[in-house]
Design a protein around this ligand. Structure first.
Ligand code: FMN
Length: 322
C-alpha cells in the first residue's frame, strides 16, 4: 500500500520540516500547489514511563490523520526503542493515521540520542525495530533515511533490512548524517540505490529548481521527489515540475509568490498560534528557510518587522515597486 497511485505520474511530496511545515504551512501548500503527499513534522516519541497515547503530545495526536485537505498525509515518528515506537504507532493509528513513517535521518541528536539519524549507528537493532513496527502498522510503513551515519555506502547494507521488514517505500536524503547539510546531496548515489532495491525510492535533497528535479527523476529512476527547502524558497516549484508554471520564475513572479505565501501564512498563524510575539516568531522562522539573506534580499524589510502588523505591511509592500 502506498500513499500515491503507482500508475500515475511520480508523486511530488512536501518534506517534513520540524518547526516549519506545521498544519498552517501544509494548508497553504495544499490549497495552492497541492503536493501529491504531505508529511507531518516529526512527532517525538517520549521514551520515559508513559504509555499509550501519552507517548505523544496532544498537538501531535491532533495532527494524526489519513488525509489532510484531501491529500494523503504521512505521519512521521522519531524515537529510539521498539516498545515506545509501537505504542506511538498504535496511538497515531487510533487517532486516524494510515501512513506512518520512521525518521532515520535527523542529524540533531543531542536531545534525541539514538533517534533519527542516530538509528544508523546501531544497525544491528534495525531488523527488530522495523519488523516490530511493520507488525502493528496496518497501512503504509515507510522510512526516511540518510545515505549512512558517516559512510554513504551504508545504505546498501540497509536495503535488504528494509525489504525483509516489509517497508513499503523509502525516502532517501542523499547525504550522510555526519554531513548534516554540508556539501551537496549526491543523486548519483540515489540512482545506485534505485537499482539495488525493489522498493520505490523517493529522491530528496537540494531539489531546488524544476530543471534539477526533472533531471534527478530522469537520471535516477526514482519513484518520486520530496521537496523541502526548495519548496519554501519557491512554493510554485511543484507546479513548475508539473509544467504548469514557468520553469524559471522572474524576480517579480518570485516576489509575488512570496507575498501570497506569507499573506496566507500570516492568516493561518493568526489562527494557530497565540499572541503577537508568538505569531511573529513563527512567521520569522518560516522566513528563515525561504532564502539566504544577503544585502539584496527582498524580504529583508519583512524580516525586520517588530509586530505582526508591521510584518503584514512589509509583505503587502513587497510588490509595490515591481
Ligand atoms: C528546518 C528543517 C527541519 C527539518 N525537520 C525534519 C523532520 O521533522 N523530519 C524529517 O524527516 N526531516 C526533516 N528535515 C529534513 C528535510 O525533510 C529534508 O530531508 C532536507 O531538508 C533535505 O531536503 P531539501 O534539500 O529539499 O530541503 C528538516 C530540514 C530542515 C531544514
Amino acid at each position: 500500500m502506498l500513499p500515491w497511485d503507482p500508475a500515475g505520474p511520480p508523486p511530488l511530496m512536501l518534506a517534513p520540516m520540524q518547526g516549519v511545515t506545521n498544519r498552517a504551512v501544509r494548508k497553504v501548500f495544499a490549497q495552492w500547489v497541492r503536493p501529491d503527499v504531505l508529511f507531518t513534522e516529526f512527532m517525538r516519541v517520549r521514551p520515559g514511563p508513559q504509555a499509550g497515547r501519552e507517548r505523544l503530545s496532544d498537538g501531535d495526536l491532533d495532527d494524526a490523520k489519513a488525509t489532510e485537505h484531501g491529500i494523503p498525509l504521512v505521519v512521521q515518528l522519531i524515537g529510539r526503542d521498539l516498545a515506545p515506537l509501537v505504542e506511538a504507532a498504535h496511538a497515531v493509528q487510533g487517532a486516524g493515521a494510515v501512513h506512518v513513517n520512521l525518521n532515520m535521518g535527523c542529524p540533531y541528536g543531542r536531545m534525541n540520542v539514538g533517534c533519527g539519524g542516530g538509528m544508523l549507528e546501531r544497525p544491528e537493532q534495525l531488523p527488530t525495530i522495523l519488523a516490530g513496527l511493520r507488525a502493528v502498522i496496518a497501512g503504509s510503513f515507510s522510512v526516511k533515511v540518510r545515505a549512512g551515519a558517516s559512510d554513504p555506502e551504508q545504505i546498501f547494507s540497509l536495503l535488504p533490512v528494509f525489504e525483509d521488514a516489509g517497508v513499503d517505500f523509502l525516502v532517501l536524503h542523499a547525504r550522510t548524517v555526519a554531513q548534516r547539510y554540508d556539501g551537496a546531496a549526491d543523486h548519483r548515489l540515489t540512482a545506485r540505490v534505485v537499482q539495488h532495491t525493489r522498493l520505490p525510492v523517493i529522491a530528496n535533497g537540494d531539489l531546488d529548481t524544476a530543471e534539477v528535479g526533472l533531471r534527478v527523476l530522469d537520471e535516477t529512476g526514482a519513484a518520486g521527489l520530496m521537496l523541502g527547502r526548495g519548496a519554501m524558497k519557491d512554493p510554485l516549484l511543484f507546479e513548475r515540475l508539473r509544467g504548469r508554471a514557468p520553469a524559471v520564475p522572474s524576480r517579480e513572479e518570485r516576489l509575488r509568490a512570496h507575498q501570497r505565501y506569507l499573506q496566507q501564512l500570516a492568516q493561518g498563524y493568526g489562527a494557530l498560534f497565540h499572541g503577537d510575539a508568538q505569531v511573529l516568531a513563527k512567521l520569522k522562522s518560516s522566513l528563515a528557510v525561504m532564502e539566504v539573506p544577503d544585502d539584496s534580499w527582498p524580504l529583508k524589510a519583512v524580516a525586520k518587522a517588530r509586530s505582526v502588523r508591521d510584518f503584514c505591511t512589509a509583505v503587502d509592500a513587497l510588490t509595490s515597486g515591481a
